[in-house]
Write a protein that binds this ligand. Structure first.
Ligand SMILES: Cc1cc2nc3c(=O)[nH]c(=O)nc-3n(C[C@H](O)[C@H](O)[C@H](O)COP(=O)(O)O)c2cc1C
Length: 200
């Protein structure tokens, strides 16, 4: 069975919701899916002052040696100044040995993100994740235009050919919309299908 990891960091829950939808999509393609969060690295006083929630909605993945067991890894992180959160970067920065041994070469990688504002760094954040995954030798799957929900300007919405996205608004009040969650499911399904083909 194809094994997929949805690995995310989320301060306020938007990326956690998107991770669930990505996982649903991957499961719909028959994959065995684990959803895991990376560790909080912000000092407790910083997390408290910024109102970060205590994220215990999914098990923690801290051991980078677990990565090699998956056929596809889908990474979700909110933007931080136009790039992935340091919590997610810190996780990958521990994986030098995994990189050195080429353990992820040829596996499928993908990214999803969230920003506060529509143009607050969605695509640059996705590419900061994808750059990382390409260095690990992964074969990238985006959000192809088979998902037509990303087209059109009839409503405020995320979604890009580089990965599924949502928009949280400055106070975090906006939640992932139906079309954004649909995009996340589509991407999860596509990654699982691609990983299954590459594995065969
Ligand atoms: C330190 C910091 C920097 C941020 N930088 C940006 C930014 O550059 N552009 C933007 O649109 N939102 C920015 N945000 C907002 C977050 O991206 C937003 O809270 C996040 O997408 C919500 O996802 P989450 O609920 O999964 O944490 C920033 C938030 C923090 C705490």
């Amino acid at each position: 069975m194809t094994k997929i990891l949805v690995l995310y960091y989320s301060s306020y829950g938007h990326i956690a919701q998107m991770a669930e939808a990505v996982a649903e999509g991957a499961r719909s393609a028959g994959a065995d899916v684990d959803v895991r969060r990376v560790a909080e690295t912000a000092p407790a006083e910083v997390a408290k002052a910024a109102g970060f929630r205590i994220d215990d909605s999914h098990p923690l993945l801290d051991d980078v040696n677990q990565l090699a067991q998956y056929d596809g890894i889908i990474v979700g992180s909110p933007t931080r100044f136009g790039r992935m959160a340091s919590q997610m970067a810190a996780f990958w920065d521990k994986a030098g040995g995994v990189w050195f041994q080429g353990q992820l070469n040829g596996k499928v990688g993908a990214a999803f993100t969230s920003t506060a504002s529509q143009h607050g760094g969605q695509e640059t954040t996705l590419f900061s994740i994808l750059t990382n995954l390409l260095h690990f030798g992964m074969t990238i799957v985006g959000l192809d235009y088979g998902f037509q929900g990303q087209a059109g300007v009839d409503e405020v919405k995320g979604g890009s050919p580089y990965g599924a996205t949502t928009i949280a608004d400055g106070d975090g009040s906006r939640q992932p919309s139906a079309v954004e969650l649909e995009g996340a499911r589509y991407q999860g399904r596509r990654v699982a299908e691609t990983a299954a083909k590459l594995k065969a």
